[in-house]
Design a protein around this ligand. Structure first.
Ligand code: PMP
Length: 433
């Protein structure tokens, strides 16, 4: 489009005005300025397939969402202290997707403040302070939640204990896998005890994306939650990565395990980029929080525009059958990536569910493919495909596309990835080397 500054001019001005802390995703400048469905366009008009973003959950600039937000903005958008029917309707709509005991919805603006609020609720309810989280998880950027893992550079604090991700994938003996996870969880709880801290909650990203997409079998997950319950702590399911249909088989990630959490937090995918997050929990938990003298108010959270956007996203998910799409196309994509793995020595493993898939790379010496993964996402950009990185070693390609990703998009991604892996391996490197 005419009139746009060049990406290099934007980089220079951005460094001056926004400071040095903002990193770029890719080694080369990339500036998407338009989006439609699973595709985006940069300033030069070049198209890219978006296989990464869950913020445009129902596709970039979906006309139904755009119209709903524009309509609400024309009518009113104000302080959330006032009544508005859309906000109530949105809360009811979210609650209708939850198990019945999760009957109360509190709105936030981001995933971080949803998790922060969940911690406050769990602490007020239990009268305790300790939080157990998985080793490489990311739960956000507030003082409290950034202490829950290494990814945000948070300081280690006495009230946090980190446990390894559960044994994942099909287990030869799920009972043994479950026992292993339960023991690790017990050690995490005991570690708090050595510091005179009692556990208030265990928080987990429901498909362990930042731990490298480590999805356990239901029995393994449930076994790991048992010591949490026995210690009198609550379970917080963080759905910021994969909530609202992404895993395909269930609407929420926690549904994969058949274990209902006490608090569910969400953000990113809920409202097409309008900042909306929420905590859904049981009424008694909110009651005790209030009875203990705590308050929660958040000026922008659950505004009429936020609710209009969130409702429109729910409409599109339902009308276009996008959870089913994630199950069907995601299932085929996972199988095709597994086939790709057998032909490419640089691919160590493929893991995931629905439209939440990790492709772990390895270096030629067998170590983590950190450099390979970095090279792959840059090469994929040159091939016109957006993919991200995950895992503690940043050696996992993160495939988490908008939910409208179809079979044509799947083929485009697979062809590009096939070529990129050839480039990375060098054309004459034998598979399995
Ligand atoms: N939880 C998880 C699992 C996340 O992946 C993220 C963001 N990547 C957050 C919480 C924080 O969300 P936000 O950036 O909206 O604060």
């Amino acid at each position: 489009p005419a009139g746009l500054p060049s990406p290099s001019a934007v980089i220079e001005r951005r460094a001056k005005a926004l400071g040095p802390g903002l990193r770029q995703f890719y080694d080369q400048p990339f500036m998407p300025v338009r989006g439609h469905g699973a595709w985006v366009q940069d300033e030069s008009g070049r198209r890219y397939l978006d296989a990464y973003n869950n913020v445009p959950h129902v596709g970039h600039s979906h006309p139904h969402v755009v119209a709903a937000v524009a309509r609400q903005l024309r009518e009113i958008n104000s302080n959330t202290r006032y009544l508005h029917p859309a906000v109530v309707e949105y809360a009811e709509r979210l609650l209708a997707t939850m198990p019945p005991e999760l009957d109360t919805c509190l709105f936030t603006c981001t995933g971080s403040d949803a998790n922060d609020l969940a911690l406050r609720l769990a602490r007020a309810y239990s009268g305790r302070e300790g939080i157990v989280a998985t080793e490489s998880a990311y739960h956000g950027n507030t003082v409290a939640v950034s202490a829950l893992g290494p990814l945000s550079g948070g300081d280690r604090v006495p009230w946090v204990s980190l446990v390894p991700h559960p044994p994942h994938g099909p287990q030869p003996d799920p009972a043994a896998g479950g026992a292993e996870f339960a023991q690790a969880m017990q050690r995490g709880i005991d570690e708090l005890g050595y510091r005179d801290v009692e556990p208030a909650a265990f928080i987990y990203d429901t498909v362990f994306v930042s731990d490298g997409f480590r999805i356990p079998e239901p029995e393994v997950m449930r076994a790991g939650l048992r010591p949490v319950r026995e210690a009198g702590a609550l379970v917080i399911a963080d759905e910021v990565q994969v909530g609202q249909g992404r895993v395909g088989d269930t609407f929420w990630g926690f549904g994969l395990y058949g274990a209902v959490p006490d608090l569910v937090t969400m953000g990113k995918p809920t409202a097409a980029g309008i900042p909306v997050g929420s905590v859904v929990t049981r009424r008694e938990i909110v009651d005790r929080f209030l009875a203990a003298g705590h308050h929660y108010f958040n000026t922008f959270a659950g505004s009429p525009v936020a609710a209009a956007a969130g409702l429109a996203v729910m409409d599109v998910l339902e009308r276009e059958g996008l959870q089913r799409n994630a199950r069907v196309v995601g299932g085929r994509l996972l199988a095709a990536l597994e086939e790709l793995r057998t032909r490419h020595g640089s691919v160590r493993a493929v893991r995931g569910r629905g439209f939440a898939i990790g492709v772990e790379l390895r270096a030629p010496d067998g170590g983590p493919g950190t450099g390979e993964a970095r090279a792959a996402i840059n090469a994929l950009l040159r091939h016109g495909v957006l993919v991200g990185l995950a895992g503690p070693a940043r050696d996992v390609l993160k495939i988490r596309p908008p939910m409208v990703f179809g079979f044509a998009e799947m083929r485009y991604l697979l062809d590009a990835l096939d070529q990129v892996l050839d480039e990375i391996e060098g054309c004459d490197t034998p598979a399995g080397a």
